[in-house]
Design a protein around this ligand. Structure first.
Ligand code: CTP
Length: 143
């Protein structure tokens, strides 16, 4: 028996890498049905001031293709509570790089009131979209 019924996690999932796969796999180990909110290009542009390399529809299709994922929805804003109002989940999973971040401190408070848990998974060390872009740019890799 898995501890949760419906789980939720979010991200940009740009240049899909092993850190992304690990969090989706761990999340699915904990719930029967996993929903993933993939950030839209507009949202990423808004808060990171740069566009993802891979456009939204392709990032969405890639995440949908992962066997651990049951459903993908667009993440159009950073308000996790409004996501819960649309798809009521029992738990939200996130990498522990977000633990203690003011955004998630607020989310924890909101979710506490409605009995939704937040589970932090260990961040996969040594890999991130930023790291991949850096490697490509610095030509550490053969293209
Ligand atoms: N994540 C992880 N381990 C990594 C990279 C990401 O556990 N090495 C998790 C994040 O904590 C988040 C999810 O995967 O819950 C989606 O992360 P995302 O921001 O899309 O990927 P990053 O590679 O961290 O992107 P960036 O370098 O642009 O911050």
């Amino acid at each position: 028996m898995k501890p949760y019924k419906i789980g939720y996690t979010t991200g940009v999932f740009d240049l899909f890498h092993i850190g992304h796969l690990n969090i989706l796999k761990r999340a699915k180990e904990q719930c029967n049905f996993l929903i993933v909110g993939v950030s839209t290009d507009e949202l990423v542009m808004n808060y990171k001031k740069k566009s993802p390399v891979v456009p939204f529809e392709e990032r969405k299709a890639i995440v949908e293709g992962i066997r651990y994922v049951d459903m993908v929805i667009p993440q159009t804003n950073r308000d996790k509570f409004s996501a819960w109002e649309k798809v009521s989940f029992d738990v939200m999973f996130v990498g522990d790089d977000w633990k203690g971040n003011p955004l998630f401190n607020e989310v924890e408070k909101d979710f506490n009131k409605i009995g939704v848990e937040i589970v932090y998974f260990p961040y996969t060390k040594g890999i991130s979209t930023t790291e991949l872009k850096y490697k490509i740019k610095s030509k550490e890799t053969v293209i």
